[in-house]
Design a protein around this ligand. Structure first.
Ligand code: SF4
Ligand code: SF4
Length: 499
């Protein structure tokens, strides 16, 4: 069947600059460029281009420019080009449209409508270059009160995990990302004194040496879960939902299930790895409590147990139930969270912004007097250090970063993660493509990003006259809304600018 889909990107090659080195031919994992030796010419099949910019980035003479294709449909307020193409694509395949990365719709980004405070006159600001600034964060349940006897603390402290910066690397499974990418996350987390999350794809044996810096997931597919997996990690996270695809399970295509991925997931090589939509042993808060305590039992009550949900309409009530069920950490993932593969219709239409879910959860737990019983981790589209510090002021203990971390490694948000052909080697399983990602260079880039954001967070804290991140947590007096409606200010629990 002839495809009616027009190319999305146009390839412009400056023939005067092109030296026929064929770097683009070798680097494009989507097969766009081909060398014609009869004519000594490089030709491009634009319809295969996904706009990943790998060729333009690596072209030694800067001969290539990849642009959005200039073709134009007749303007129609109801039918955008994206909608037309999606109908045509389905008419050709009869299949659900699968995509990677997070929701790219122009919904309101609340971080951009929140402004931070700064000290003036009465509460002097602090210079973080001259005075200590405490960003250490302890994750896990805190006791309801502290009891001292003869000057000594006798309260039994629930297990805590200390991180040096409130920035953690999000859950990304081996299989969805390459071995090299997961190694980079583990090395970076160790160097930074923070955590990374294995996602639901198991945990390669040779990465278990990073255990103090690793959160392992127990998800609906239970891939790779055994006592060693649970006990070697710092935190165990029960994954109920994911911001990019709330309410549905996961699907790692058989092509990405190599021998190593299969061994790690404990499934046969080459078979699709299907994570069921629900956890089949959880149909109520009581069921969740049983799994939380089963995991606590299996880890000798030495590890905080986290429960991760997607940000949905009644997230606050669900979070309250999760805390009462025994969760030591609540992780909430908003609808801008990334994914290796999700139906586009789910990614773009289900869930709510993480900012609103976070504010509602923190407020509800405080109102019910149980905020101390769980830390809150929040995920879903953090783009800079200002987003992070605003999240802390809205009530987060720490944030998960995923997309930003991938961008630091080279990702250009081309949304092709599900194809296994990531030209940057990040989400590829083909060894030829995956080895493009040098784990040590990727580690350096991740460490640099988090260090830079951490320094910026210290600057912003100092400007507010605060020398400890603890003092900002949930302190919404340091936030003001701008350009927001009354109901939005109410959900966020902040005043309008000037008030
Ligand atoms: S490398 Fe990426 S941007 Fe370049 S032609 Fe191939 S798909 Fe397009
Ligand atoms: S990880 Fe790779 S395939 Fe996925 S969006 Fe980024 S560059 Fe594209």
């Amino acid at each position: 069947m002839k495809s009616y889909l027009l190319p999305q990107f146009a390839v412009y090659r400056d023939d005067d600059k092109c030296i026929r080195c064929k770097v683009c031919v070798r680097q494009c994992s989507f097969g766009v460029h081909a060398y014609d030796d009869e004519d000594d010419e490089i030709r491009s099949n634009e319809s295969a281009c996904v706009g990943c910019q790998r060729c333009a980035t690596l072209c030694p003479t800067g001969a290539l420019v990849i642009r959005q294709h200039p073709h134009e449909f007749r303007p129609n307020a109801n039918w955008s080009e994206e909608m037309l193409l999606d109908v045509k694509r389905k008419a050709e395949t009869g299949a659900v449209t699968i995509t990677g990365m997070g929701n790219d719709k122009p919904h309101r980004v609340y971080w951009d409508h929140l402004l931070l405070n700064a000290s003036q006159v009465t509460n002097p600001s602090i210079d973080p270059l001259r005075e200590p600034m405490e960003l250490r964060t302890f994750l896990g349940r805190k006791p309801d009160g502290l009891v001292f006897k003869d000057g000594r603390l006798i309260t039994d402290m629930p297990p805590q995990v200390m991180i040096e910066t409130p920035i953690i690397f999000s859950a990304m499974s081996y299989g969805a990302i390459s071995y090299q990418a997961q190694l980079a996350f583990m090395q970076a987390a160790q160097e930074l004194g923070t955590l990374c999350n294995t996602g639901e794809g198991g945990w390669p044996m040779d990465f278990r040496r990073f255990g103090r810096n690793v959160i392992v997931q127990c998800a609906s597919g239970r891939f790779g879960v055994d006592p060693d997996y649970l006990n070697q990690a710092a935190i165990v996270e029960i994954k109920i939902g994911q911001g990019a695809k709330p309410g549905i399970g996961g699907h790692l295509p058989g092509e990405k299930v190599t021998a190593a991925v299969a061994a790690t997931r404990m499934i046969p090589e080459g078979t699709d790895a299907l994570s069921p939509a629900p956890q089949h042993d959880i149909y109520s808060i009581e069921d969740l409590s049983m799994l939380i305590y089963a995991l606590k039992e299996a880890t000798n009550y030495e590890k905080p147990i986290s429960v991760k949900i997607a940000a949905v309409h009644n997230a606050a009530a669900i979070a309250s139930g999760m805390v009462r069920a025994g969760a030591d950490i609540i992780a909430v993932d908003g609808f801008r969270g990334g994914t290796g593969a999700a139906p586009r219709v789910i990614r773009d239409n289900v869930g709510i912004p993480t900012e609103l879910a976070l504010a509602a959860i923190d407020e509800r737990l405080r109102r019910e007097g149980i905020r101390n019983r769980a830390s809150i981790l929040v995920a879903g589209g953090f783009r800079n250090s200002a987003d992070i510090i605003k999240a802390i002021a809205l009530g987060a203990d720490a944030v998960y970063i995923g997309t930003a971390a991938l961008v630091a490694m080279g990702c250009t948000l081309c949304q092709q993660c599900n194809t296994g052909k990531c030209a940057w080697g990040i989400t590829a399983q083909d060894p030829y493509i995956a080895k493009r990602l040098n784990p040590d260079i990727a580690t350096r880039r991740l460490v640099n990003l988090v260090r830079a954001w951490t320094l910026e967070i210290k600057e912003m804290l100092g400007g507010m006259g605060i020398n400890s991140i603890e003092s900002l947590r949930g302190n919404r007096l340091h936030l003001r809304g701008i350009g927001l409606q009354e109901w939005e200010l109410e959900v966020l629990g902040v005043k309008g600018a000037g008030q």
